[in-house]
Write a protein that binds this ligand. Structure first.
Ligand SMILES: NC(=O)c1ccc[n+]([C@@H]2O[C@H](COP(=O)([O-])OP(=O)(O)OC[C@H]3O[C@@H](n4cnc5c(N)ncnc54)[C@H](O)[C@@H]3O)[C@@H](O)[C@H]2O)c1
Length: 384
């Protein structure tokens, strides 16, 4: 018998800690679920900040010892929102203790770590579930795009164009774990291309079979220390670009950067098929653009579809009356609702990525790093 309330243990209380805390408390309020949530315990490093955070977001307890979540019977699912270097150790500890795990992306710093996590999830067995927070799968218009692609509305697919452009990485931005390869693994690549590779794999429903022509430059080699004393070396990519081929033959291009002045959070996917094209951007996330090749030449062009009604957006009925937009945080809440559905034996509204699925995304990311390093094409069959 599944519990009537899933006890959540969260690790990390900053950016993702806030997004996830909100999601776990909102999901049972807006969705009809067979289980509720109990915000049992939150863990992070700074005791003073943590106590204030726990109070504000309604966590019953807080601790600076994340390891204690493994033995806590009130915790059924451990949610990992820490820097990438902590994902593997924390996930392995919790899986060994029989806890479900929802981990932030990228799954791990390296493919080797991701592989160990995938294997540990498999060893933990079917009763223990894993999830990875590829939250953009649950943006309003992405759900519509996924359904259109499943219905074959685009016909044969020729091109996938994916870019994630941000601009917060100028030389004036101080050092943080995100610029340190020992903590982050990679830079814009693992941070932003991880989202793009997951989203395009999810939408296309087929694997990427090869990667070509990757470049992963580091433009800014050192930054002022966050403590204000001196400079520290940066050893991750500031941008990562590569080409790829999907199993069905479609070509794909990926571009991720933190140095695209003028672009704040420009996560844009365009897919061109013989029957039409679709385009989505996070900066206008409720809209799906659609061009139908069967329209008369006089009227053919991009249509702007607001994915805000129960008829075209799988989560809309849980939110506001038709026509009212949802935002960034709703993607996390939609995902939390689907996680809770799975934990109570129901089907998720849209497929959820588990560790095995996120491992496949990590294989593509690794292939791009190898392509950049060796200046050659890499077949995914050589990256296991
Ligand atoms: N899904 C998304 O769209 C998205 C967006 C941003 C970040 N992320 C991912 O979320 C993760 C966290 O990113 P963030 O932006 O929240 O980072 P952050 O730096 O804002 O917060 C990190 C948190 O982890 C805690 N922490 C660090 N080391 C710890 C340790 N050893 N033990 C316990 N707690 C520790 C810190 O106290 C802090 O609360 C990263 O993997 C990142 O890639 C995902």
């Amino acid at each position: 018998m599944p519990p009537t309330s899933i006890g959540i243990g969260l690790i990390g209380q900053k950016f993702m800690g806030r997004a996830h805390s909100n999601a776990w408390s909102q999901a049972p309020k807006f969705f009809d679920l067979k289980v509720g949530t109990r915000l049992a315990v939150v863990s992070a490093r700074d005791a003073t900040e943590l106590a204030a955070f726990a109070k504000r977001f309604g966590w019953e307890k807080s601790t600076t010892r994340w390891q204690s979540l493994a033995k806590n019977p009130a915790v059924h699912l451990v949610d990992i929102g820490t820097p990438n270097n902590m994902h593997a150790e924390q996930a392995l500890t919790m899986l060994a203790a029989g806890k479900h795990v929802a981990c932030e992306k990228p799954l791990a710093r390296t493919l080797a770590e991701a592989r160990v996590m995938r294997d540990a999830a498999e060893t933990a067995g079917k009763r223990v579930k894993t999830f990875v927070w590829h939250n953009y799968r649950r943006a309003p218009a992405i759900g519509l795009a996924w359904h259109l692609l499943r219905e074959g509305k685009l016909g044969r697919i020729f091109h996938v164009r994916a870019r994630y452009l941000q601009s917060w990485g100028a030389a004036s931005t101080p050092m943080s774990w995100r610029y340190d390869a020992s903590k982050a693994g990679s830079g814009a690549h693992g941070d932003l291309n991880a989202h793009l590779v997951d989203l395009t794999r999810f939408l296309m429903g087929e694997p990427i079979v090869d990667v070509h022509g990757a470049v992963t430059p580091t433009f800014i080699l050192s930054r002022r220390s966050a403590t204000g004393k001196g400079k520290e070396k940066c050893d991750v990519d500031d941008a990562a670009l590569f080409l790829a081929t999907f199993a069905g033959g479609a070509t794909a291009s990926f571009e991720a950067t933190r140095l695209a002045e003028g672009h704040l959070n420009d996560n844009t996917i365009e897919i061109n098929g013989e029957a039409g094209s679709l385009r989505w951007s996070l900066e206008d996330m409720n809209v799906l653009e659609w061009c139908d090749a069967s329209d008369s030449p006089r009227l053919r062009g991009w249509r702007k579809i607001m994915a805000t009604s129960a008829g075209n957006h799988p989560y809309a009925a849980n939110w506001w009356p038709d026509g009212h937009i949802t935002g960034y945080e709703h993607g996390f809440t939609n995902m939390a609702a689907d996680v809770l559905r799975v934990l109570s034996g129901e089907k998720p509204e849209l497929p959820l990525p588990d560790f095995a699925d996120a491992y496949e995304t990590c294989r593509v990311l690794e292939a791009a790093l190898l392509s950049a390093k060796h200046r050659c094409a890499i077949s995914l069959s050589d990256v296991l």
